[in-house]
Design a protein around this ligand. Structure first.
Ligand SMILES: CCCCCCCCCCCCC/C=C/C(=O)SCCNC(=O)CCNC(=O)[C@H](O)C(C)(C)COP(=O)(O)OP(=O)(O)OC[C@H]1O[C@@H](n2cnc3c(N)ncnc32)[C@H](O)[C@@H]1OP(=O)(O)O
Length: 719
């Protein structure tokens, strides 16, 4: 679908028409090929301008087509025939020119962008490379170092930066199509060869080999085990070393390998999963596109600990006025200082002034009387939260929403103490709240669709990836995390070291192993939760604490560490050793090795060699197994919602799709077999028992992940 119109007598205007982002589907490519041929044949036409419908140039190749057989005219010869055409071609870039969209623009002889446009080659984020000539043309336009940076990161640049880099010829505040037409008219008759990027040599740079080697080392370190960034460097190196035709061959070979890879499938799955997650639906059929969110202009944040600080910063950065409350002057001053500093740092980085005028710090709940919504972020204690909730009802407007940032407490129980149960929802942020992208919006059994819609819209406004989840202990993310944490410490009991477990997880793709993450977050946090949940109490033997609690296997190792004051980075000692409290570089601690050996001796455990494969199987499959239970319980709307939670909240590597996608990729029958094996070996760990849904899916022939939901019997959605 491309519309052909003749304008100003001598210009052919070719408009890509495939909303919402004018992706280059087979039909669009066919339309372009036909339109270009028509324009080149029409003697009245002296120049051609390309643009996109609805002020969006083009979001790139149609990613949906990648999972089927790609048909229709291929992009590479299409772009080549545009570039080779004997009439000037100008790209009028409005909105976005991404991936194949930018490659199409690079095949034009000139490019004009609107000031608000964004340009980029984000294929690497989909496990691919810009294989429509992008790796060969961009270095010839902006040079090897800049092209390497853009192609290996997939970063979008503003029109202004694109102009500075030389990616576009002109930037206009007005209509880019008009400006492109004027430019087109002005260049009629000018020689075209200098504008054909394939004919140019790459912009010269000293020591190109060294630059490529450095880029390779950087991407290998930054994205361990991910194929696409490495292939991107190899393709750009080919642009530097080989003639254009040979470089294109190399680009094609590298793309063939990536295109078929499981990593590309995982990353493309993640792309669509992220977008699907925003499409929430409640048991009463209220959903994202039939429920109006309330506008939020003023919000309250209760509690200025680490979470409250991050939440306040996120809200203020999105232009929302915030009344921030603490219980005493010292805490208030402390919180104020932290929030102000974060906003100042952020504003300095962006060259703007910090929006401090949007903040009110106070000890008085009365200042909350005209807020639209409150987010409670006090200490994780049910009684304390209940007190806050009932106090809030005394001062808030009757229609103000109350949201809780609890990480796992019962939202219904909290709502029950209020005078407005339909207006209570969970907004579970992840630490640090101004950085982490995930927001679990927890639907309580009485929450109204409007309250869910408002929390989801607010989350989106402050830049979060929001997922609605049902109300159960730990919701989705932390309910699964608990079992993953259990497996990691069981592995220590059985013979592994924190270093071995972390190394296996890091090789799998996690940026940090679970024990390093524990040290970073503070081991005392979980200790407090275990105390509050009754797992630790006065009847626990301090010398030889029981390994059996509340009817199942229990590992007291983390508690024993905390008893020694080893809380992680903040105390300079945790699972690892740090140079000083607060320092970040984790070093192996011989004391921990001795501690683990003593522990095993004390309990008569004979250590065994644990392979990386076992670490991954036990950690990843336990997550997926609980994910299946969550689906059966109706706590998550689909496997892709669970995966989005793990991708954005728990550092699951994107090239592995998410725990549910990973299980589907490994093969459900393999996952079942492994879980059965581990459960046989560890019958005291009930969570290792394969879930009913997993068994059913395997019995029904392991259908693709998109069909899992239809195999759930008697689904009672809790969201
Ligand atoms: C067997 C071997 C063969 C090997 C060779 C095969 C060769 C085949 C390929 C040839 C070479 C191809 C080279 C080019 C590759 C590419 O171009 S890959 C795509 C690159 N582009 C992107 O990554 C951009 C992706 N999109 C975005 O980042 C954003 O969507 C946006 C454009 C910035 C818009 O954002 P926003 O306004 O926030 O809207 P969204 O919600 O994100 O999206 C709206 C809907 O549009 C859908 N969508 C977006 N982009 C695409 C796309 N490129 N293709 C298909 N669909 C897309 C998105 O899913 C949303 O859909 P709905 O959820 O249904 O509304």
């Amino acid at each position: 679908m491309a519309r052909y119109t003749r304008v100003k007598g001598s210009i052919a205007l070719i408009t890509l028409t495939n909303p919402p982002v004018n992706a280059l589907s087979a039909a669009v490519r066919r339309g372009i090929v036909e339109s270009v041929s028509r324009a080149l044949k029409d003697e009245q036409v002296k120049a051609v301008v390309f643009c996109g419908e609805n002020e969006k140039f083009c979001g790139g190749a149609d990613i949906k087509e990648f999972s089927g057989s790609v048909s229709g005219p291929p992009l590479v010869p299409m772009i080549h025939s545009m570039e080779a055409g004997e009439k000037p071609m100008v790209a009028a870039i409005e909105g976005v020119a991404l991936g194949g969209g930018l490659e199409l623009a690079l095949g034009c002889h000139y490019r004009v962008a609107n000031t608000k446009a964004r340009l980029g080659l984000p294929e690497v984020t989909l496990g691919l490379l810009p294989a429509a000539g992008g790796t060969q043309r961009l270095p010839r336009l902006i040079g090897i170092p800049a092209a390497l940076e853009l192609i290996t990161t997939g970063r979008h640049v503003s029109a202004q930066e694109a102009l500075q880099l030389g990616m576009v010829d002109q930037v206009t505040e007005g209509n880019a199509v008009q400006a492109a037409m004027e430019l087109a008219l002005s260049v009629i008759g000018h020689p075209l060869n200098p504008c054909r990027l394939s004919l140019r040599a790459p912009v010269w740079a000293p020591d190109v080999d060294g630059v490529c080697d450095a880029a390779l080392a950087q991407v290998k370190q930054r994205s361990r085990g991910v194929m696409a960034p490495v292939a991107c460097v190899q393709a750009v190196r080919a642009a530097a070393m080989l003639p254009y035709g040979k470089g294109m061959e190399r680009e094609r070979q590298l793309m063939d390998t990536l295109f078929r890879s499981g990593q590309a499938q995982a990353m493309q799955y993640a792309f669509f999963a992220q977008r699907n997650a925003g499409k929430w639906i409640l048991p009463n059929r209220a959903q994202w596109n039939n429920t109006k969110a309330r506008e939020v202009q003023r919000a309250g944040v209760i509690g200025l600990g680490t979470m409250g600080q991050g939440i306040a910063v996120s809200l203020v950065k999105a232009g929302i006025s915030v009344v921030a409350i603490e219980t005493d002057t010292k805490q208030l001053e402390w919180g104020k200082k932290a929030v102000t500093a974060m906003l100042q740092r952020d504003a300095q980085r962006r060259g703007v002034s910090p929006p401090l005028h949007l903040l009110t710090f106070t000890l008085s709940f009365h200042q909350l009387r005209d807020v639209d919504l409150v987010i409670e972020a006090v200490f994780e204690d049910m009684n304390l939260k209940k007190r806050v909730f009932s106090d809030l009802c005394k001062v808030l407007r009757v229609n103000a929403l109350i949201c809780t940032n609890t990480s796992g407490l019962n939202v219904d129980e909290l709502a029950a103490v209020t005078d407005r149960q339909p207006l209570v929802v969970g907004m579970h942020f992840f630490a640090p709240a101004h950085v982490m992208k995930l927001l679990e919006v927890v639907y309580g059994s009485r929450s109204s669709p409007e309250a869910v819609a408002t929390a989801m819209a607010l989350g989106k406004r402050i830049g979060k990836v929001c997922v609605t989840v049902g109300n159960c202990s730990g919701f989705v993310g932390n309910r699964m995390l608990k079992l993953y944490l259990d497996q990691s410490v069981y592995l220590l009991e059985e013979g592994a070291t924190p270093e071995q477990v972390d190394q296996a997880l890091e090789e799998f793709g996690f940026a940090m192993g679970i024990f390093k993450v524990g040290d970073l977050s503070g081991l005392d946090v979980g200790w407090r939760v275990r105390k509050a949940s009754g797992l630790i109490g006065p009847d626990v033997d301090p010398v030889k604490p029981s390994r059996w609690r509340l009817g199942r296997r229990y590992c007291p190792l983390p508690d024993m560490l905390c008893q020694q004051g080893r809380f992680g980075q903040k105390t300079g000692r945790g699972w690892y050793l740090y140079d000083s409290p607060g320092s970040k570089e984790a070093k192996s601690d011989p004391e921990i090795q001795n501690f683990l050996e003593d522990y095993r001796r004390k309990y008569g455990i004979i250590p065994r060699r644990i392979t990386s494969q076992e670490v991954i199987e036990r950690c990843a499959f336990i997550l997926a197994n609980e994910g299946f239970r969550i689906l059966e319980d109706g706590i998550a709307a689909g496997p892709e919602h669970i995966d989005v939670i793990y991708l954005f909240g728990y550092g699951w590597p994107r090239h592995r799709g998410g725990p549910m996608f990973y299980a589907s990729q490994v093969g459900l029958s393999v996952v079942l077999e492994k879980l059965e094996h581990y459960h046989r070996v560890h019958p005291d760990v009930p969570s290792l028992e394969p879930s009913r849904l997993l068994r059913r899916l395997v019995a029904e022939g392991s259908p693709p992940i998109q069909q899992w939901k239809s195999h759930i019997k008697n689904l009672r959605s809790h969201l």
